[in-house]
Structures are given as structure tokens and as C-alpha cells.
Design a binder for this molecule. Structure first.
Ligand code: FE2
Length: 363
């Protein structure tokens, strides 16, 4: 199977994965032949893309890291601030990540805008756990880190949605309101004795920068809790690579570039290094265009570099971008992701990197 953004899906294509509605009921089963009406229905449900089965990619199985059930359980635990539920699901997530041979993540965005903060929090929890695993954390620390990821933005529940989802720039006053959310998240958790202090500190400091320009405390790297350093990186990565009412999704490679630009000043260089080794930037099944113009899909990732995966070209040949002797000059030019950025937009990202801008403001 492979992934296609919804605008590329055509009638007659075969669905590669079960699709669910908002209540976790199966909307369409794998194997269903898509019609114009069904494609429209998926769009109405907010799906930005689907997996399809075809001859070209029929041997390519993509294992879901989180089952829909786990994801829903995590979402509900966050929403209801259910600490016991969150602890159970954190254990499941950690077990699953530690058992996965290669972290071939299904990080392609199949979600709608509804409940963005909660979906985002689940992604942050999963990504943080992967990075924590790469850093050699113990199982107990991984579970705590995973819970910190789940609850890091819980304080946004008390921020007016018209500020959280405002299209366009925030006023200085609005940004001040947004900046209160780590403290509010901490306050939500402070009287919960079952939540350990490392979870609380990770949550409180997830917007602190290495150079002391972050918030709410403005502390520098040596004083920032290690959990918070991880959460900061994966939070920004997931936020940038998600589509929001006020911005397009950045391609994951561009989001990574962004992180690298902020390495040392905003983010811990160590965390960025581990992130790059363990989080697949080009998920299996994603369509890409190579720098020589050939098109293909990602058929595997390489541990040594998330930026040099294996690509199956449309003529059936396979290119391993780690084979530098043969493919030293070949790179991935573009992902077939929804709304890839134009050259002007990429240029704009470069400019924006120089100053803390709206895109990096927490939502
Ligand atoms: Fe945040």
C-alpha cells in the first residue's frame, strides 16, 4: 500500500486501510473500491489523504504504530485529564515502541482539524517516547515522558479558542495569553500526587529555549529539565508539519531544517541529533519526487540517516539513498504531501527562521 493525498485519489482506487469516523466506528473497510461519492465523504470527514492498495505497492505493508483504539484511548485520557487512563496508555505506547523492530512510523497525517490539541498531544507523546528511547531512557522514564507529552498542552483548555485558532498574526496581548499555557498545564497537574515531578517539570518548561529566550521562566539550557528539551523539539516538529487554520503544513524535511536552524539557540543539539536518527522524516509509503525528476514511494528507512531512505521508483527499480557511491548527488526534492510549499514559501521560511515568528508560537 502507499499513501496518497486526498486530491490525488481517483474513483476506482482500492482503499488500503480501514477508515474511521469521529466515534471510532469503521467508516470504510480496507479493500473498498473508492467512488467519487466515497472520496467526497472522506473529504467531508476531514481526511487529508488515504492509503491505497495497488500492484506497484502491494508488497509494502505499513504497520500502524498506534492502533485506532490506542489513539482514541490516549485522546480521551488527555481530554478528561484521566491520569490512570493516561498511565495505562503510556505503558502500551512505550511497549509498542520498544517492540517495533524499526520505528517505521505512520506519521502521515490522517486527522481532521477537530480536537487538534489532543491529536497533537498524542503525536508529541509518541515522538517524545521515540526520542527518549534513542537517548537510552529506562522504561519508567519513558512512561513518564510519554505522559508528559500527553499533558503538555492541557492548560490550553482554559485559553479562548478564538485566540488558539486565530488565523493570521496574534497581537502582543494575545500572545501573552498563549504564553500562559505551560504554567496553566502545570497548575492542572500540580495537585495530582500520582503525577511525578519530572512530568510536571517537563510540562512547565516545554517552551523554554536553550539560550533563555523561552517562557514561562526564561531559564537557560543547563536548568531546563531533560524531558522539556525533548518535548520542545517534538512539539515544534509536529506543530510545523501539521496543517492548521492559520497555516499550511510544512513538509517534514522542512520542519526538520527549521529545527536544525534553531539547534543550540532554541533546542538542545543532542536532542536534535537523536531525533534525526530515530524519527523517520519520510514515512514508508509516502510518494516522493527525486532531484533527477523520477517519482517513487518510500519503501524503507535507513537507521543511519532519516533523510536518506530507500525509494521504489515507478519503473520498479529501487534506489537506496544511503548508497552514496551511486547516488551521492541524488536527493528527495519533494514529498507528495498535501499542499507542498512553493519556492517563495520556502524562501519565506528561511527569513522567518531569523526571528521567532507566529509559526513557532505555541497554539
Ligand atoms: Fe505548548
Amino acid at each position: 500500500m502507499h499513501y496518497l493525498p486526498i486530491y490525488k485519489v481517483e474513483p476506482g482506487m482500492v482503499l488500503g486501510r480501514d477508515m474511521y469516523d469521529f466515534t471510532n466506528q469503521v467508516l470504510l473497510r480496507r479493500g473498498k473500491i473508492l467512488t467519487e461519492r466515497l472520496i467526497r465523504r472522506l473529504q467531508e470527514y476531514g481526511y487529508q489523504g488515504v492509503y491505497v492498495d495497488d500492484e506497484f505497492s502491494k508488497d509494502l505493508e505499513i504497520e500502524e504504530l498506534l492502533t485506532m483504539e490506542m489513539r482514541t484511548k490516549a485522546l480521551m485520557s488527555i481530554k478528561e485529564l484521566d491520569v490512570d487512563g493516561a498511565r495505562d496508555v503510556a505503558k502500551e505506547i512505550v511497549d509498542k515502541i520498544l517492540r517495533s523492530e524499526s520505528v517505521s512510523l505512520d506519521m502521515i497525517d490522517l486527522r481532521s482539524f477537530d480536537d487538534y490539541t489532543y491529536y497533537h498531544s498524542v503525536n508529541v507523546a509518541v515522538l517524545a517516547t521515540i526520542v527518549g528511547m534513542g537517548m537510552g531512557y529506562s522504561v519508567d522514564d519513558l512512561k513518564a515522558l510519554c505522559m508528559a507529552g500527553m499533558f503538555h498542552d492541557i492548560g490550553k483548555q482554559s485559553i479562548p479558542p478564538e485566540i488558539l485558532n486565530k488565523p493570521g498574526s496574534l497581537t502582543a496581548e494575545e500572545f501573552e495569553v498563549i504564553k500562559q499555557h505551560p504554567q496553566k498545564s502545570y497548575d492542572f497537574l500540580s495537585d495530582k500526587w500520582e503525577i511525578t515531578s519530572n512530568i510536571k517539570m517537563g510540562v512547565l518548561c516545554h517552551h523554554e529555549n536553550e539560550d533563555g529566550t523561552g517562557y514561562p521562566l526564561g531559564i537557560t539550557g543547563d536548568r531546563i529539565h531533560p524531558f522539556a528539551k525533548i518535548l520542545h523539539v517534538v512539539d515544534v516538529y509536529d506543530a510545523l508539519s501539521s496543517k492548521r487554520p492559520y497555516k499550511k503544513a510544512y513538509a517534514r524535511s522542512e520542519a526538520l531544517e527549521y529545527l536544525m536552524g534553531g539547534s543550540m539557540s532554541m533546542f538542545s543539539a543532542e536532542v536534535i541529533n537523536v531525533f534525526m536518527r530515530y524519527v523517520p522524516i519520510y514515512p514508508k509509503g509516502m510518494g516522493v519526487i527525486l532531484s533527477d525528476g523520477r517519482e517513487g514511494i518510500i519503501c524503507g528507512n535507513n537507521k543511519a540517516s532519516s533523510l536518506r531512505p530507500r525509494v521504489r521508483i515507478t519503473d520498479g527499480t529501487e534506489v537506496d539513498l544511503m548508497d552514496v557511491e551511486r547516488y551521492s548527488t541524488l536527493t528527495i526534492l519533494k514529498q507528495h504531501d498535501e499542499e507542498a510549499l512553493t519556492a517563495e514559501e520556502i524562501e519565506k521560511i528561511e527569513q522567518e527562521r531569523k526571528s521567532l515568528n507566529d509559526e513557532l508560537k505555541p497554539r
